[in-house]
Design a protein around this ligand. Structure first.
Ligand code: ZN
Length: 133
């Protein structure tokens, strides 16, 4: 099950915690960007308001260490809720990484390098190293 809700235009409307499905981000009016008013040559005034994915109080990110198939290590940052981040185990971390790979599969289905990219992920293993809850 996807943790990202998308509308009919492909706009992300909601991002949920991959572990408990708490809402982490919602598409909403951007309170940090003031509304703009544009005036067309014919005098028509257009009011514009920026929207973006806004984090909820539950939002945090965890940093996972990824062990590559060849033994090298890299980092993967993924969002989740604060409550789940506090109790995240290595098994959970690997499950989160698998869910992100599944999401990339959905999002990148049109990419020409998709097969090679996903094949490269298969041998990788994740574990928790940092929690910013
Ligand atoms: Zn959660």
């Amino acid at each position: 099950m996807s943790y990202i809700d998308v509308d009919e235009n492909g706009q992300i409307r909601r991002v949920r915690c991959k572990r408990c499905r708490a809402t982490l981000q919602v598409y909403a009016r951007d309170a940090q960007t003031p509304p703009q008013v544009r005036k067309l040559p014919d005098g028509t005034r257009i009011h514009e308001q920026a929207y973006r994915l806004c984090p909820t109080p539950a939002y945090t990110e965890v940093v996972l260490e990824i062990e590559e198939a060849d033994g090298r290590r890299s980092l993967h940052i993924t969002p989740m809720c604060r409550a789940c981040a506090r109790v995240l185990t290595d098994a959970d971390a690997d499950d989160l990484f698998r869910r992100d790979i599944a999401q990339w599969r959905v999002e990148g289905a049109q990419r020409p390098d998709q097969a090679a990219f996903l094949a490269a992920q298969a041998g990788r293993r994740a574990r928790r190293i940092v929690t910013e809850a």
